[in-house]
Write a protein that binds this ligand. Structure first.
Ligand SMILES: *Cc1c(COP(=O)(O)O)cnc(C)c1O
Length: 399
Protein backbone atom coordinates (compact mmCIF):
# COMPACT_ATOMS: atom_id res chain seq x y z
CA UNK A 1 0.00 0.00 0.00
CA UNK A 2 1.44 3.39 -0.94
CA UNK A 3 1.54 6.01 1.74
CA UNK A 4 -0.47 9.17 1.07
CA UNK A 5 1.30 12.46 0.43
CA UNK A 6 0.11 15.96 1.21
CA UNK A 7 -0.27 18.23 -1.80
CA UNK A 8 -1.05 21.77 -0.67
CA UNK A 9 1.55 24.55 -0.25
CA UNK A 10 2.39 25.66 3.29
CA UNK A 11 2.91 29.28 2.31
CA UNK A 12 -0.40 29.98 0.58
CA UNK A 13 -2.58 32.52 2.40
CA UNK A 14 -6.24 33.12 1.73
CA UNK A 15 -7.08 35.79 -0.85
CA UNK A 16 -8.65 39.09 0.13
CA UNK A 17 -12.45 39.26 0.50
CA UNK A 18 -14.17 41.04 -2.43
CA UNK A 19 -15.16 44.10 -0.43
CA UNK A 20 -11.51 44.59 0.57
CA UNK A 21 -10.43 44.45 -3.07
CA UNK A 22 -13.18 46.92 -4.03
CA UNK A 23 -12.07 49.40 -1.36
CA UNK A 24 -8.41 49.02 -2.38
CA UNK A 25 -9.32 49.77 -6.01
CA UNK A 26 -11.30 52.81 -4.91
CA UNK A 27 -8.26 54.14 -3.07
CA UNK A 28 -6.01 53.48 -6.04
CA UNK A 29 -8.41 55.34 -8.32
CA UNK A 30 -8.46 58.29 -5.90
CA UNK A 31 -4.66 58.42 -5.96
CA UNK A 32 -4.42 59.65 -2.35
CA UNK A 33 -2.24 56.87 -1.03
CA UNK A 34 -0.17 58.94 1.37
CA UNK A 35 -1.86 59.03 4.75
CA UNK A 36 -1.75 62.82 5.07
CA UNK A 37 -3.07 63.37 1.56
CA UNK A 38 -6.73 63.95 2.40
CA UNK A 39 -9.50 66.12 1.03
CA UNK A 40 -10.98 68.68 3.36
CA UNK A 41 -13.05 66.85 5.98
CA UNK A 42 -11.83 63.43 4.83
CA UNK A 43 -10.49 60.95 7.39
CA UNK A 44 -7.58 58.96 5.94
CA UNK A 45 -7.91 55.19 5.71
CA UNK A 46 -4.80 54.85 7.91
CA UNK A 47 -6.41 57.02 10.62
CA UNK A 48 -9.64 54.99 10.56
CA UNK A 49 -7.59 51.82 10.83
CA UNK A 50 -5.85 53.17 13.93
CA UNK A 51 -9.18 53.95 15.57
CA UNK A 52 -10.57 50.54 14.75
CA UNK A 53 -7.51 48.59 15.83
CA UNK A 54 -7.19 50.55 19.09
CA UNK A 55 -10.82 49.67 19.82
CA UNK A 56 -10.25 45.99 19.00
CA UNK A 57 -7.07 45.88 21.07
CA UNK A 58 -8.73 47.72 23.99
CA UNK A 59 -5.79 50.14 24.00
CA UNK A 60 -5.97 53.93 24.12
CA UNK A 61 -3.65 54.49 21.18
CA UNK A 62 -2.69 52.68 17.99
CA UNK A 63 -0.01 53.94 15.60
CA UNK A 64 0.13 52.19 12.23
CA UNK A 65 3.54 51.92 10.59
CA UNK A 66 5.61 50.04 8.03
CA UNK A 67 6.48 46.79 9.81
CA UNK A 68 6.51 44.93 13.09
CA UNK A 69 10.28 45.32 13.37
CA UNK A 70 9.96 49.07 12.80
CA UNK A 71 7.20 49.28 15.45
CA UNK A 72 9.64 47.66 17.90
CA UNK A 73 12.37 50.19 17.17
CA UNK A 74 10.13 53.17 17.71
CA UNK A 75 8.43 51.57 20.71
CA UNK A 76 11.83 51.30 22.34
CA UNK A 77 12.81 54.85 21.50
CA UNK A 78 9.48 56.37 22.48
CA UNK A 79 9.70 54.60 25.85
CA UNK A 80 13.00 56.43 26.45
CA UNK A 81 15.41 53.71 25.37
CA UNK A 82 18.80 55.18 24.44
CA UNK A 83 22.06 54.17 22.85
CA UNK A 84 23.94 51.70 25.00
CA UNK A 85 20.96 50.71 27.13
CA UNK A 86 20.62 47.09 28.15
CA UNK A 87 17.43 45.23 27.46
CA UNK A 88 16.18 41.85 28.61
CA UNK A 89 14.84 39.75 25.75
CA UNK A 90 14.01 36.10 25.23
CA UNK A 91 16.68 34.33 23.26
CA UNK A 92 13.91 32.31 21.59
CA UNK A 93 12.65 34.82 19.09
CA UNK A 94 12.91 35.84 15.47
CA UNK A 95 15.78 37.80 13.91
CA UNK A 96 13.87 41.15 13.55
CA UNK A 97 13.74 41.41 17.36
CA UNK A 98 17.50 41.55 18.07
CA UNK A 99 17.70 43.57 14.85
CA UNK A 100 15.31 46.22 16.22
CA UNK A 101 17.22 46.33 19.50
CA UNK A 102 20.48 46.72 17.60
CA UNK A 103 19.03 49.47 15.40
CA UNK A 104 17.95 51.34 18.53
CA UNK A 105 21.54 51.06 19.79
CA UNK A 106 20.68 48.62 22.58
CA UNK A 107 22.44 45.63 24.09
CA UNK A 108 20.22 42.57 24.46
CA UNK A 109 20.57 40.45 27.57
CA UNK A 110 19.18 37.11 26.43
CA UNK A 111 17.03 35.11 28.79
CA UNK A 112 16.69 31.32 28.77
CA UNK A 113 13.72 29.21 27.72
CA UNK A 114 11.63 26.56 29.50
CA UNK A 115 10.52 23.16 28.15
CA UNK A 116 7.20 24.72 27.13
CA UNK A 117 8.93 27.43 24.99
CA UNK A 118 8.04 30.13 27.51
CA UNK A 119 10.68 32.51 28.83
CA UNK A 120 12.38 31.00 31.88
CA UNK A 121 11.00 33.02 34.80
CA UNK A 122 13.83 32.10 37.20
CA UNK A 123 16.48 33.16 34.71
CA UNK A 124 14.53 36.36 34.05
CA UNK A 125 14.33 37.10 37.76
CA UNK A 126 18.04 36.59 38.29
CA UNK A 127 19.09 38.59 35.21
CA UNK A 128 16.65 41.42 36.07
CA UNK A 129 18.27 41.55 39.49
CA UNK A 130 21.89 41.31 38.43
CA UNK A 131 22.36 43.43 35.33
CA UNK A 132 20.37 46.61 35.83
CA UNK A 133 18.42 46.54 32.53
CA UNK A 134 15.51 48.98 32.63
CA UNK A 135 13.75 47.59 29.55
CA UNK A 136 12.42 44.27 28.45
CA UNK A 137 11.29 43.13 25.00
CA UNK A 138 9.11 40.08 25.49
CA UNK A 139 8.38 38.02 22.38
CA UNK A 140 5.35 35.78 22.66
CA UNK A 141 7.21 33.57 20.27
CA UNK A 142 5.03 31.27 18.17
CA UNK A 143 2.09 32.41 20.26
CA UNK A 144 3.20 30.86 23.56
CA UNK A 145 2.28 33.31 26.32
CA UNK A 146 4.32 32.92 29.48
CA UNK A 147 3.05 33.58 33.02
CA UNK A 148 2.24 37.28 32.60
CA UNK A 149 1.51 37.76 36.32
CA UNK A 150 5.06 36.72 37.15
CA UNK A 151 6.59 38.81 34.37
CA UNK A 152 4.68 41.97 35.29
CA UNK A 153 5.65 41.47 38.94
CA UNK A 154 9.36 41.18 38.07
CA UNK A 155 9.17 44.27 35.85
CA UNK A 156 7.48 46.25 38.63
CA UNK A 157 9.96 45.08 41.24
CA UNK A 158 12.99 46.24 39.21
CA UNK A 159 11.44 49.27 37.49
CA UNK A 160 11.62 47.68 34.04
CA UNK A 161 9.59 49.04 31.10
CA UNK A 162 7.96 46.09 29.38
CA UNK A 163 7.42 46.12 25.63
CA UNK A 164 5.56 43.17 24.14
CA UNK A 165 6.29 41.68 20.74
CA UNK A 166 2.87 40.38 19.74
CA UNK A 167 3.73 39.33 16.19
CA UNK A 168 2.22 35.90 16.97
CA UNK A 169 -0.41 36.88 19.52
CA UNK A 170 -2.63 39.38 17.74
CA UNK A 171 -6.10 38.29 18.89
CA UNK A 172 -4.79 36.22 21.83
CA UNK A 173 -5.46 36.76 25.54
CA UNK A 174 -4.00 35.90 28.93
CA UNK A 175 -6.58 35.64 31.77
CA UNK A 176 -9.04 37.50 29.57
CA UNK A 177 -6.68 40.45 28.89
CA UNK A 178 -5.47 40.97 25.37
CA UNK A 179 -1.87 40.09 24.72
CA UNK A 180 -0.14 43.44 24.30
CA UNK A 181 -1.89 45.17 27.21
CA UNK A 182 0.56 44.13 29.94
CA UNK A 183 3.39 46.60 29.42
CA UNK A 184 4.06 50.16 28.31
CA UNK A 185 3.77 49.39 24.62
CA UNK A 186 3.12 46.48 22.27
CA UNK A 187 4.14 45.78 18.69
CA UNK A 188 2.27 43.85 16.03
CA UNK A 189 3.19 42.75 12.52
CA UNK A 190 0.88 42.74 9.50
CA UNK A 191 3.30 40.88 7.32
CA UNK A 192 1.76 38.20 5.10
CA UNK A 193 2.40 35.28 7.48
CA UNK A 194 0.87 36.93 10.55
CA UNK A 195 -2.78 37.34 11.59
CA UNK A 196 -3.67 40.31 9.38
CA UNK A 197 -2.05 40.53 5.97
CA UNK A 198 -1.09 43.69 4.14
CA UNK A 199 2.15 42.25 2.80
CA UNK A 200 4.10 44.48 5.18
CA UNK A 201 2.88 46.64 8.03
CA UNK A 202 2.94 47.09 11.79
CA UNK A 203 1.09 48.55 14.79
CA UNK A 204 2.33 50.03 18.00
CA UNK A 205 -0.26 50.19 20.78
CA UNK A 206 0.00 51.90 24.15
CA UNK A 207 -2.05 53.63 26.84
CA UNK A 208 0.74 56.13 27.56
CA UNK A 209 0.15 59.69 26.23
CA UNK A 210 3.79 60.59 25.78
CA UNK A 211 4.82 57.27 24.28
CA UNK A 212 1.99 57.64 21.76
CA UNK A 213 2.89 61.25 20.90
CA UNK A 214 6.56 60.44 20.41
CA UNK A 215 5.77 57.35 18.35
CA UNK A 216 3.44 59.35 16.08
CA UNK A 217 6.10 62.00 15.45
CA UNK A 218 8.76 59.32 14.95
CA UNK A 219 6.77 57.46 12.30
CA UNK A 220 7.02 60.67 10.26
CA UNK A 221 3.92 62.74 10.97
CA UNK A 222 5.68 66.09 10.41
CA UNK A 223 3.36 68.59 12.11
CA UNK A 224 0.28 66.73 10.87
CA UNK A 225 0.16 64.52 13.95
CA UNK A 226 -3.42 65.53 14.77
CA UNK A 227 -4.56 63.68 11.66
CA UNK A 228 -3.85 60.38 13.36
CA UNK A 229 -6.70 58.08 14.32
CA UNK A 230 -5.92 58.13 18.03
CA UNK A 231 -3.87 61.24 18.82
CA UNK A 232 -3.12 62.21 22.43
CA UNK A 233 -4.06 65.79 23.51
CA UNK A 234 -2.28 68.73 21.82
CA UNK A 235 -0.37 69.71 24.98
CA UNK A 236 1.41 66.36 24.95
CA UNK A 237 2.59 66.98 21.38
CA UNK A 238 3.70 70.49 22.36
CA UNK A 239 6.07 68.87 24.84
CA UNK A 240 7.63 66.34 22.48
CA UNK A 241 7.15 67.49 18.89
CA UNK A 242 10.42 69.39 18.43
CA UNK A 243 12.68 67.09 20.39
CA UNK A 244 11.47 63.90 18.65
CA UNK A 245 13.16 62.88 15.38
CA UNK A 246 11.19 61.97 12.27
CA UNK A 247 12.18 58.36 11.45
CA UNK A 248 9.91 57.97 8.48
CA UNK A 249 7.98 54.70 8.58
CA UNK A 250 4.35 55.57 7.90
CA UNK A 251 1.49 53.24 6.99
CA UNK A 252 -0.07 54.11 3.62
CA UNK A 253 -3.79 54.20 2.81
CA UNK A 254 -3.71 51.19 0.49
CA UNK A 255 -2.30 48.84 3.10
CA UNK A 256 -4.61 50.39 5.67
CA UNK A 257 -7.61 49.52 3.49
CA UNK A 258 -6.48 45.90 3.29
CA UNK A 259 -6.13 45.71 7.06
CA UNK A 260 -9.40 47.51 7.86
CA UNK A 261 -11.22 45.10 5.62
CA UNK A 262 -9.72 42.05 7.35
CA UNK A 263 -10.11 43.23 10.94
CA UNK A 264 -13.82 42.27 11.23
CA UNK A 265 -12.82 38.69 10.35
CA UNK A 266 -9.98 38.43 12.86
CA UNK A 267 -11.85 36.79 15.74
CA UNK A 268 -13.52 34.33 13.41
CA UNK A 269 -10.10 33.52 11.94
CA UNK A 270 -8.67 32.97 15.41
CA UNK A 271 -11.33 30.28 15.88
CA UNK A 272 -10.53 28.78 12.49
CA UNK A 273 -6.81 28.67 13.32
CA UNK A 274 -7.55 27.00 16.62
CA UNK A 275 -9.77 24.33 15.07
CA UNK A 276 -6.88 23.48 12.77
CA UNK A 277 -4.32 23.66 15.56
CA UNK A 278 -6.37 21.41 17.83
CA UNK A 279 -6.90 18.87 15.06
CA UNK A 280 -3.15 18.77 14.43
CA UNK A 281 -2.41 18.61 18.13
CA UNK A 282 -4.75 15.67 18.72
CA UNK A 283 -3.28 13.91 15.69
CA UNK A 284 0.33 14.44 16.77
CA UNK A 285 -0.40 13.26 20.30
CA UNK A 286 -1.25 9.84 18.86
CA UNK A 287 2.46 9.16 18.51
CA UNK A 288 4.19 8.37 21.79
CA UNK A 289 7.39 9.63 20.15
CA UNK A 290 6.15 13.19 19.83
CA UNK A 291 6.12 15.60 22.73
CA UNK A 292 3.74 18.57 22.90
CA UNK A 293 3.58 20.33 26.27
CA UNK A 294 0.11 21.11 27.64
CA UNK A 295 -0.75 24.75 27.05
CA UNK A 296 -1.50 26.86 30.09
CA UNK A 297 -5.21 27.21 30.67
CA UNK A 298 -4.90 30.98 31.18
CA UNK A 299 -3.82 31.36 27.63
CA UNK A 300 -6.34 32.00 24.85
CA UNK A 301 -3.89 31.41 22.07
CA UNK A 302 -4.02 31.72 18.29
CA UNK A 303 -2.84 28.46 16.76
CA UNK A 304 -1.37 29.90 13.57
CA UNK A 305 1.65 27.63 13.97
CA UNK A 306 2.37 24.45 15.91
CA UNK A 307 5.53 23.19 17.62
CA UNK A 308 6.44 19.69 18.70
CA UNK A 309 9.49 17.67 19.68
CA UNK A 310 10.42 14.24 18.38
CA UNK A 311 11.65 12.07 21.25
CA UNK A 312 13.09 8.57 21.48
CA UNK A 313 15.50 9.32 18.67
CA UNK A 314 18.90 10.89 18.51
CA UNK A 315 18.95 14.61 17.64
CA UNK A 316 21.14 13.69 14.69
CA UNK A 317 18.12 11.96 13.10
CA UNK A 318 15.90 15.05 13.16
CA UNK A 319 17.20 16.46 9.84
CA UNK A 320 16.27 13.08 8.31
CA UNK A 321 12.79 13.32 9.81
CA UNK A 322 12.37 16.80 8.34
CA UNK A 323 13.55 15.52 4.97
CA UNK A 324 11.22 12.50 5.04
CA UNK A 325 8.23 14.68 5.90
CA UNK A 326 9.18 17.15 3.16
CA UNK A 327 9.26 14.30 0.63
CA UNK A 328 5.65 13.60 1.55
CA UNK A 329 4.69 17.25 1.17
CA UNK A 330 4.79 18.28 4.84
CA UNK A 331 7.05 21.27 5.37
CA UNK A 332 8.37 21.34 8.88
CA UNK A 333 11.07 23.64 10.15
CA UNK A 334 13.70 22.71 12.69
CA UNK A 335 14.96 25.25 15.21
CA UNK A 336 17.98 23.12 16.12
CA UNK A 337 20.03 23.66 13.00
CA UNK A 338 23.45 25.27 13.49
CA UNK A 339 22.95 26.97 10.16
CA UNK A 340 20.06 29.52 10.00
CA UNK A 341 17.57 28.55 7.27
CA UNK A 342 14.57 30.37 5.80
CA UNK A 343 12.80 32.25 8.62
CA UNK A 344 14.38 30.26 11.46
CA UNK A 345 17.60 31.09 13.23
CA UNK A 346 19.02 30.47 16.68
CA UNK A 347 20.29 33.28 18.91
CA UNK A 348 23.92 32.33 18.38
CA UNK A 349 23.71 33.20 14.69
CA UNK A 350 23.20 36.91 15.53
CA UNK A 351 26.92 37.51 15.66
CA UNK A 352 26.73 41.29 15.41
CA UNK A 353 25.73 41.21 19.07
CA UNK A 354 28.66 41.67 21.43
CA UNK A 355 29.30 39.07 24.10
CA UNK A 356 26.77 36.49 22.94
CA UNK A 357 26.20 34.33 26.01
CA UNK A 358 26.31 30.56 26.20
CA UNK A 359 22.71 29.45 26.86
CA UNK A 360 22.71 25.66 27.27
CA UNK A 361 18.99 25.26 27.97
CA UNK A 362 17.83 26.99 24.81
CA UNK A 363 20.21 24.92 22.70
CA UNK A 364 18.88 21.77 24.31
CA UNK A 365 15.19 22.72 23.90
CA UNK A 366 15.57 24.01 20.34
CA UNK A 367 17.68 21.00 19.31
CA UNK A 368 14.43 19.03 19.27
CA UNK A 369 11.96 21.75 18.39
CA UNK A 370 10.09 21.41 15.12
CA UNK A 371 7.77 24.08 13.88
CA UNK A 372 5.03 24.18 11.30
CA UNK A 373 2.81 26.90 9.90
CA UNK A 374 -0.93 26.39 9.95
CA UNK A 375 -2.32 28.40 7.03
CA UNK A 376 -6.08 28.90 6.87
CA UNK A 377 -6.03 27.42 3.37
CA UNK A 378 -5.75 23.99 5.07
CA UNK A 379 -8.98 22.29 6.11
CA UNK A 380 -9.43 19.88 9.01
CA UNK A 381 -8.99 16.86 6.76
CA UNK A 382 -5.66 18.31 5.62
CA UNK A 383 -4.64 18.67 9.25
CA UNK A 384 -5.46 15.02 9.96
CA UNK A 385 -3.39 13.89 7.00
CA UNK A 386 -0.45 16.12 7.98
CA UNK A 387 -0.50 14.79 11.54
CA UNK A 388 -0.67 11.22 10.25
CA UNK A 389 2.36 11.76 7.99
CA UNK A 390 4.42 13.31 10.80
CA UNK A 391 3.48 10.47 13.18
CA UNK A 392 4.34 7.78 10.62
CA UNK A 393 7.69 9.32 9.75
CA UNK A 394 8.56 9.91 13.40
CA UNK A 395 7.62 6.41 14.47
CA UNK A 396 9.69 4.96 11.63
CA UNK A 397 12.83 6.64 13.00
CA UNK A 398 12.17 6.31 16.74
CA UNK A 399 13.44 3.42 18.81
C1 LIG B 1 7.39 38.68 12.08
C2 LIG B 1 7.96 38.92 13.40
C3 LIG B 1 8.45 40.16 13.77
C4 LIG B 1 8.64 41.32 12.84
O1 LIG B 1 7.65 41.64 12.01
P1 LIG B 1 7.92 42.28 10.55
O2 LIG B 1 6.62 42.92 10.26
O3 LIG B 1 8.30 41.17 9.64
O4 LIG B 1 9.02 43.29 10.72
C5 LIG B 1 8.85 40.33 15.07
N1 LIG B 1 8.82 39.33 15.97
C6 LIG B 1 8.40 38.11 15.64
C7 LIG B 1 8.38 37.06 16.69
C8 LIG B 1 7.96 37.86 14.34
O5 LIG B 1 7.56 36.64 14.00
Amino acid sequence: MTKPNFEKPFTQQEGMPDEVIDRAVEILKGGRLHRYNTLSGEVAEAASLEQEYAKYQEAKYCIACTSGGYAMQIALRSCGFENGDKILANAYTLAPVPGAIHAAGGKPVFVEIGNDWHIDIDDLQSKAKSNGAKFMMLSHMRGHIADMDAIVEICEEYGISLIEDCAHTMGAKWKGIRSGNFGRAACFSNQTYKHLNSGEGGFLTTDDDEVAARAIVMTGSYMLYQRHGTPPPEEVFQKVRLETPNMSGRMDNLRAALLRGQLPYLDKNVQRWNERYQTLEAGLRKSENLYLPERKQHEEYVGSSIQFQPHNMSVSLIPRLVENCTKRGVEIKWFGDDEPKAFTSRYDSWQYIEDLPELPKIKEVLSRTCDMRVPLTFDLEDCNLIARIICEETDALAT
